[in-house]
Design a protein around this ligand. Structure first.
Ligand code: SF4
Length: 187
């Protein structure tokens, strides 16, 4: 396991998959490195690639608004992605790209040791919860693995495209708040 400095330096200069060829910035992750809760998306979009930070732009603003409902912000959680470089035209990251990159996220898990991991969207849930995960049916449900609680929410971009999913996501956020209380991580 690398320490934070080693990990970030390695990630910033990574050429382990073809996404390095089109990126402007590696999007390593942001937030509290001692956080109890981590949010994991699929990969950077255009704004994230330009700024080097996950979840900026309209989807990031919506994520911030969602988290504020349950008193979470970027100072008391950690936010990262399955792949650290932007897939061209915002396509889904391909399996070999995920395979090449997932070690960085695993190292981040090992350093942070979160109690709760919230997948943002289908791709992260498929990778971290189950290879046959169905987000439309299973979002908001909880599963425990290696002492970590996992759940998934719709990706904020999906909520921007389809606002009819927002009430379900509101319920999932309340479930997250309850889980944090149950675990003694929030009052
Ligand atoms: Fe390396 Fe991950 Fe970027 Fe691929 S996506 S070049 S594995 S940091």
């Amino acid at each position: 396991m690398l320490n934070w400095q080693e990990l970030e330096e390695k990630c910033q200069s990574c050429t382990a998959c073809p996404l390095c060829e089109t990126r402007h910035n590696v999007v390593f992750g942001v937030g509290d490195r001692n956080a109890d809760v981590m949010f994991v998306g699929e990969g950077p979009g255009e704004q994230e690639d330009l700024k080097g930070e996950p979840f900026v732009g309209p989807a990031g603003q919506l994520l911030d608004d969602m988290l504020s409902i349950i008193d979470i912000d970027r100072t008391n959680c950690y936010i990262a992605n399955i792949v650290k470089c932007r897939p061209p035209r915002n396509r889904d990251p391909q399996e070999p790209e995920q395979d090449a990159c997932i070690g960085y996220l695993r190292n981040q898990f090992a350093l942070i040791r979160p109690k709760v991991v919230v997948c943002l969207g289908r791709i992260a849930a498929l990778r971290l919860i189950s290879p046959d995960y169905r987000i439309t049916r299973e979002h908001g449900q909880w599963t425990q693995r290696s002492g970590i609680w996992f759940t998934a929410l719709y990706h904020p971009s999906a909520l921007l495209r389809d606002p009819s999913k927002r009430p379900e996501t509101f319920d999932d956020l309340l479930s997250l708040r309850e889980k944090l209380k149950e675990l003694g991580l929030r009052s």
